[in-house]
Design a protein around this ligand. Sequence first.
Ligand code: 6PG
Length: 470
Amino acid sequence: MAEIGVVGLGVMGANLALNMAEKGHGVALFDRADEKAGTVVGSAGTLAPMLEPAVAQRDFVAAIRAPRPVILLVPAGAAVDAAADALLPFLSPGDIIIDAGNSNFRDTRRRSQVYAAKGIDFLGIGVSGGEDGARNGPSIMSGGQPESWQRIAPIMNDIAAKFEGEPCAARVGPEGAGHFVKTIHNGIEYADMEMIAEIYGILRDGLGMAPAEMAEIFAAWNGGRLKSYLIEITATVLDAHDPATGKPIVDLILDKAGQKGTGRWATMEAEDLGVPATVIEAAVAARALSAEKERRVAAEALFGAAKRKIDVSDRNAFIDDLERALLAGKIVAYAEGFAVMAKASETWNWETPLGTVAKIWRAGCIIRSVFLDDIAAAYAAGPVVDLITAPPFAETMKATHDSLRRTVSAAVLAGIPVPALSAALARFDLGRTARSTANLIQAERDFFGAHGFERTDREGTGLHGPWSKT
Ligand code: 6PG
């Protein structure tokens, strides 16, 4: 009998099923399209005996040993409700439904409650790593009850990516916590990708570099403190050529970025919790602006193109600055993402272990990097209020913020848009300004709305100004 079932045999579902089969776990398979389960088994080679295809939900459920864990890998939204509801008549109390898609954590919270009333634990798990991760080792962020996690943990630990032998899989809190953490992972992914793209813009338009030259720079950075999956694939992508034309493929790809919504959710939740996530917000907004290609083309004709070229006296020093700028921007973006998770955990009493989150992001997921090992170490060393000021990041920030400033300044003067890097710099500057300009805002709020303020020279709240209004 199968140990676990998978519903939804798209790329992610099929690859996760093969990964589980390879680790010795029998998997029952079901897809709404009748032929898919058979197709997956047909292409599974030596793993086929570990897979049990079914064309009806009843047979699918019957093929799994009770109490049954069933993983759903269907598109987020109504399809999750539909897939779970269709299984329900055949499930028994004690069975677990695991939604491993990119669901909105608010849906997961609702579903957890609805299914708990029926004796079924609904577990939302974030799975990162794309197709390759699903097949060879993703990062797994689970919500749900501890007992349910205990039951599926052996399988999840087996299939997860390993960082120095440690599985990148963990429970990060109850109900929607897993999907929330995955949402913030994706928000950070957006920020990382946007900042890398901005640096690419400076190299391409500011310095006039060809993709192959840029690939070398990113490859070199991947040997240093920026070492990460995203920097590695940036080098690979920049070095790839279109077989038909022989041109660098990156030059032939339309500059309109897609988005499925998780980055946007990250910013909405951050705003809702009152935690600034300015770099992620800038990255989400930049994607939206990128999609307005036709308007951008028309506006360039209207206003003229920016100069874009950057005159540098010492090219190598300038490129070293870019590397440090990216590192500084990354610190701010991750600090914001972790602050959002901390606030969410506090708000919903999730007790999300943030150090563990950093640990399970060190391998398997899209934002995996050596940098996350430093974050894990920072949390292991003691409570972290703000990663920007926590060791060792405070020291790195001291060593890199001037580079971020020079980079942003050079780009801005040349008219190269760097919204995420600028947001990181502004966040850093605002965060270390002892006397800000919010006193003026307070004065104006009091002037037009009698909202009151505190003074620097005496105690008390709700104080008012000497406004004489006619
Ligand atoms: C991952 C990715 C994965 C996916 C998203 C990105 O962690 O494996 O984040 O979830 O790539 O679908 O989506 P968009 O860029 O389309 O929003």
